[in-house]
Design a protein around this ligand. Structure first.
Ligand SMILES: [Cu+2]
Length: 360
């Protein structure tokens, strides 16, 4: 991770009195555990001299103890930040957004989805109640080609009725998945079949459209990607990543995980990569990439008349944006939501943070 983002965020945190008080309380506990307090006691005079030398205006002998305490607190905070950073990418149980291969029946691509309650680990030791398709948050990634006939069979093993809406797909009204508008709710224990032709290509989504604040927030969502018959030249990429943003009951997540359990995007120097941003949450998330720009080529699956460049992309709820990145700057680059409370606290980075790793 680059130091510049950490510095900016830390300053923001330090300027918040309530965070500062909470930090000092937590820091004292962490310092004891980490042995930082012991180290401070071992050389208080040295630490105080160093601190005083770097604090203009501190001239009284009585300030020395205060300076030592400030330095000890700073060390304790830095130790917490370092520990979270060094844990990345942390291992957790379960991986969402895995590509689900369809079975083919008379030329139709058939996907089976089972919705049920699961336990989901968002970061090491943080296990939340989730509602999931096929045991994954996000649900499995469905990939078809423009013009394909598609059948989705949903088995509802939830304690509530549900439905699936295919977000962005232009399909017959009866398949739109909205209870009491286009279909009855799918009751607990029932199965339901959707079938349509994938007419418009692009990065789309599927999610519950029943009690959806709760059901989508708990994890009933996924990517539905329709490859175009005639791709644009710029779409020919070395790697194709899906990044689903959510801010529901699992907290601030990228593909169902919070930093440091988020997955880094790894590319080789010279690679051209694609990132398909999808927001299944209820808040806007401006995703900011360090070190390189993004070229935005599609919105909601539709090619932009004039692709544009940016390093911060506002992704609103329901949005899909596709970005191309020419990976021409080697290193490990921070890549995070720039609403800072979604990305960093006084304890270090969390939530909507990952990295683009450009290997030489
Ligand atoms: Cu955010």
């Amino acid at each position: 991770m680059s130091d510049s983002s950490l510095t900016d965020s830390n300053i923001a945190v330090l300027e918040q009195p309530t965070s500062r008080r909470r930090f000092l309380r937590d820091a004292s506990v962490t310092a004891l555990v980490a042995g930082v307090a012991t180290a401070c006691k071992a050389a208080p005079a040295q630490r105080a001299r160093t601190a005083v030398a770097t604090m203009p205006g501190v001239t009284q002998a009585g300030d020395v103890a205060g300076a030592a305490a400030i330095r000890a607190a700073a060390d304790a905070m830095d130790a917490m930040h370092e520990a979270r950073m060094k844990a990345f990418p942390a291992k957790t149980a379960g991986k969402g957004c895995q590509v689900l291969d369809p079975r083919i029946e008379d030329g139709v691509k058939v996907f089976e989805l089972t919705a049920r309650k699961i336990k989901w680990e968002t970061e090491p030791g943080t296990i939340v109640d989730a509602w999931a398709y096929n045991g994954q948050v996000p649900g499995p990634q469905l990939r078809v080609r423009e013009g394909d006939r598609v059948r989705i069979v949903l088995h509802n093993q939830l304690p509530e009725s549900t439905s699936i809406h295919f977000h962005g797909l232009e399909i017959p009204n009866a398949q739109d998945g909205v209870p009491f508008v286009t279909q009855p709710p799918i009751k607990p224990g029932q199965s339901y079949t959707y079938e349509f032709t994938a007419a418009n290509s692009g990065s789309h989504m599927y999610h519950s459209h029943h009690d959806s604040t709760k059901q989508v927030g708990l994890g009933l969502l996924g990517a539905f990607i329709v490859a175009p018959k005639q791709p644009m030249a710029i779409e020919r990429v070395d790697k194709d990543f899906v990044l689903i943003l959510n801010d529901g009951m699992g907290g601030y997540t990228l593909n169902g995980k919070s930093f440091p359990a988020t997955e880094p995007l790894v590319a080789k120097l010279g690679d051209r990569i694609r990132i398909r941003f999808m927001n299944e949450g209820t808040m806007i998330h401006p995703m900011h990439l360090h070190g390189m720009h993004m070229t935005i080529i599609t919105k909601d699956g539709w090619p932009l008349p004039a692709p544009y460049r940016c390093d911060t992309l506002n992704v609103a709820p329901g949005d899909r944006w596709d970005a191309i990145i020419e990976c021409n700057n080697p290193g490990t680059w921070a890549f995070h939501c720039h609403i800072l409370p979604h990305a960093e606290s006084d304890h270090g980075m969390f939530g909507m943070v990952t990295a683009l790793v450009v290997q030489q």
